[in-house]
Each structure stands twice: as C-alpha cells, then as structure tokens.
Design a binder for this molecule. Sequence first.
Ligand code: ADP
Length: 492
Amino acid sequence: MNVILVAAECAPWSKTGGLGDVVGSLPKALARRGHRVMVVTPRYGNYAEAQDTGVRKTYRVNGHDLEVKYFQAFIDGVDFVFIDNPVFHHLERNIYGGSRLDILKRMVLFCKAAVEVPWHVPCGGVCYGDGNLAFIANDWHTALLPVYLKAYYRDHGLMKYTRSVLVIHNIAHQGRGPVDDFFLVDLPEHHIDLFKLYDPIGGDHFNIFAAGLKAADRVVTVSHGYAWELKTSEGGWGLHGIINDNDWKLRGIVNGIDNKDWNPEFDVHLKSDGYTNYSLETLSSGKAKCKAALQKELGLPVDKDVPVIGFIGRLDQQKGVDLIGEAIPWLMGQDVQLVMLGTGRPDLERMLRQFESQHHDKIRGWVGFSVKMAHRITAGADILLMPSRFEPCGLNQLYAMNYGTVPVVHAVGGLRDTVKPFDPFSESGVGWTFNSADSGKLVDALGNCLWTYREYKKSWEGLQRRGMTQDLSWDNAAQQYEEVLLAAKYQW
Ligand code: ADP
C-alpha cells in the first residue's frame, strides 16, 4: 500500500515526547514490510536533508490565502515531506505554543495541505496518488485530516479509495474550544455536529478529536491497557462515549523502539566523555562504565555500589513527578542517587532545582530538554522510575529495559502492558509495578527493588538480561498496523 503518516512532530527534526519518536520510526518499519511510505510534517526549521520540490499551493485559513511550499527528503526507505509556511517557522522548541487560535489555524493549514500531498508532491519523480492510499493521522493536531478527507473529497466522489486511521497517543489533549471555533475549520455548517461535544461542566463545546474519531475509518491507540482505559469515564477524558460507540474500529498496538537510535550497542551518545557502548555480552562492565561516567558528568560521588535511580519526562501532572517529590524524605534516608531530567510546569521545575540544592550529594535535577542526557541517564542508571498517573504507552521504560535498566512503574496503560512484575520464586518478570498513583505504593515497590539490587545480585542480573532480550522492535507493531490498514481498506 501507499501509506502517509501525518504528524505535528517527527524525530530527529522535531520532538516534544513519544509522538516524535513514533513518527520517526514506525514509517521505516512499514517501509521494511514493502509499503511505499511517506511522513508529512511541518517544516519548523531549515533542515539540511530536505530539498525544495518547487511545488507551491495555496490554502485558505480564516479568510486568508496562505501559500505553502513542500520540501522533501528520502531517508531509510521513507519519503519525508515538510510543509513550509511562515506560521511554522522557529517553532521546533515550541510546537504547541501560541494561543489556542494560533495552534488551530496552524493545524487547519497543515491538514488542508497534507491531505493533498499525494496529488501534488512527486517523490522520486512520481506522486503517490490516491488509488491505494491510507493516511495515518496522529492525535488531535491532525485529527482534522480524516474529517477533511471525508467532507472535502470522499463525500464528493474524490479520493474514493483512500482511507484514514487516527492514532490516539494521548487523549488528554483534544483541541477543545468554544463552539464558534467551528467557523475556523472551514467546513459546511452541517458538519458542526461532528465537532460538538457536551461537557457536564461547560456545556456544548467544539472538540477536534471527537470529530476525527468519528470520521476516521479505523482508530488505533498505543497499548492494549490504554485502549481499555479510554472506554472508561476516568480514562476517556469526556470522549469515552464516542470511543465506546466506535469500539468496533478501535485497536491497541504497543509502540516499538528504534533499535538503531536506542540501542546501547550503537548509541552515539555513549561514544565520548567516559561512556561506552555495550551489549548483553558486555553488560556488567559496560554499564558500570556508563554509570561512573554519568556520576562524574553530573558531579555526584563516583560509587559503583550506590544504586542510581533515573527519571526522564515531561514535568506535569501526568508523569507523577510530584509522587517522587513526596517520596524524597524516605528516599534520602536510603543510600541512593537520584537523577531527574525534565521540563514543563514551572512549579515542578522549581521542585527539581530545590531537591538538587537541598541534597547536593545525592540528587541532580536537570531542568531542560536534552536528548543526549536522556540517553546517558538511560544507560548509566540502574533503575528507571515512571510513576505516571496515566501512560498511553510510555517509551522510556522500553528504552530502559533495552539498556539493562530496571523499570519501577505505576501499572497503568502501556506501563502495565510492558512491565511484567518480578517474581522471585520463578525468577521471571522485568521490573516492579505498583497499582495506585500513591507515593506510599511507590516507596513499597522501590524499596523491594532496592533490596533486590543490594542483596540478590544474581536475580538483578536476570532482570536486566530478560529486559534486554525482549523483542521491543517496531517490526511486530508494524505488522499489526498493516492489519489495521488492510481492515480500513477492505472490511466494511
Ligand atoms: P510522552 O510522549 O508522554 O512525553 P513517552 O515516554 O512516550 O512520553 O516519550 C517521551 C520521549 O521524550 C522519550 O523519548 C524521552 O526520552 C523524551 N523526553 C522526555 N523528556 C525529555 C527531556 N527533558 N529531555 C530529553 N528527552 C526527553
């Protein structure tokens, strides 16, 4: 098939979280399965790899005609098409920045232009065309694409054989606004009901995710656990009714990881400053070297016996970083080091800095977005903590396991799917889980983990090795996406 992934972010060019990683790697796995695959994403910066195709098109947004250019690159078997207009420029560090209306206008332009890429932009000299085509849209930012595909084209006998799949990476962000926002998306009035959603607190509002979920031919979310949670009133964030109505087209597929970028054997961030690449064969010496390098780089006492606990993620309510905060008094009574990397809510950023200054010999709170540090912490830490309140899939625990770093996680969504708890009797499992977002539960799980680290070295090594030998690659997930694409095309 011809497959076009459309997303607001795509690593390595733009990334705020897991979505960027997925859009950077799933297409390559689909291409390896023999499909012709393209990614369409905004051109936020001046990307060296991408050439101007010379194609120009104009789209109307909020009464203004905006011209877009299309840049293109062919990398690892995938066509990357970057949509260019000044509204996207210099936003790579602030992709979802600006006012609600600014973001909405950007996404209207992006989706209007993206849906016509298969007609206008030649890749390798030939346009994809709309004959055997499926779009994969991602999250609310591109949820307008399935709506436009239907309302502008398929309802008028165009793009008749083109299908759309919408992937839910995070239901918490939905593109909500007052009902009047409908007039910005430039659709005939009879489509307004697609977007209208009743909220018990605010009454009727405009909701882009709601419209996308209804219009898409299939819906995927990024784990089985999250697919279940989305149908509950707690997990569906107001969209559970629509998700239940469309259950027949929903499927959970756990994300994979990019085995080139996130592989301790080849990781480019482990090639300097005392770090080293390592594999299953060199696990204990390689990891010890990375741990010492991390301690040295961060100015912590270099000590091979003290367990290093890592946290990487957006600093917000979702990631449960405040639960770590509540556990600090207990944690500081232990012989441990804690390394936290994150950016987000100012009060939580302040909290990280404060922990570091209060416990300078034990805590580092790195406020910022650093891909290099994320890789180095994943390699150098012994334990990765993920106390997320909800977690659609979660990639950091997958990366951690691939690096022999043992995860301790709240058992929700994708974390529950991917972290099988350690059972000391059968010597099975890959980490520790706790079953409510509560700092006391976190302390219990982490306490058991630390005890095993100190007292049962053989079990610890078993945990690391089982984590590293799992098949976490994208290949399996890509096969499941292929099944969904085929179902979208042929099963009605
Ligand atoms: P989410 O998509 O909810 O943010 P995921 O666990 O799915 O969470 O993916 C997070 C991705 O973002 C991972 O690749 C992680 O390493 C990266 N990341 C998060 N915060 C930072 C940060 N401060 N610096 C570097 N990378 C980060």
